[in-house]
Design a protein around this ligand. Structure first.
Ligand code: AMP
Ligand code: ZN
Length: 139
């Protein structure tokens, strides 16, 4: 499987750097975003390193999307937000900051003011870890 030793998400998948893991199987890995735009913000990746939507094989998109649906259902069951966005960014103008194809699972609330391009603000690690535990229980 294709990996990049310099890629932060490849390192997370390999367990070389820590993450609040939600789910993993032979092909996918899901974990909490440590700069959550809303509580419960999670990321889902295919284990294989592909830069973006334009490089990843279609079959791997399908596999990652299936895992994202599973994680989104667990986030929904845990937090019961009024809405949910799945977001996937490609390239600098779309604010892709990590060049390893990934899907954002983002709980939404009425009037949460979330715009498409947000600034990274580090979250509370205790709160993120606690939510990870609750969401894992729904997987
Ligand atoms: P994007 O802008 O679509 O490339 O999103 C990358 C996301 O990865 C951002 O929302 C970051 O907060 C998140 N991120 C970066 N490093 C880490 C990390 N070590 N653990 C969890 N999330 C991360
Ligand atoms: Zn990677």
């Amino acid at each position: 499987m294709n990996t990049d030793p310099d890629c932060i998400f490849c390192k997370i998948v390999a367990g070389e750097i820590p993450s609040f893991k939600l789910y993993e199987d032979d092909e996918t890995f899901a974990f909490m975003d440590i700069n959550p735009v809303n509580p419960g913000h999670a990321l889902v990746v295919h284990r294989a390193h592909h830069r973006d939507l334009f490089e990843i094989p279609a079959a791997d998109v399908a596999i990652a999307t299936r895992a994202a649906q599973r994680v989104a259902k667990a986030v929904q069951a845990t937090l019961e937000p009024a809405g949910m966005n799945l977001l996937q960014c490609n390239g600098p103008a779309a604010k892709q900051s990590v060049p390893h194809f990934h899907m954002h699972v983002i709980p939404r609330h009425m009037g949460d003011g979330l715009t498409m391009n947000w600034d990274l603000v580090q979250g509370d690690m205790d709160e993120i870890g606690a939510l990870a535990g609750k969401i894992r229980a729904s997987l």
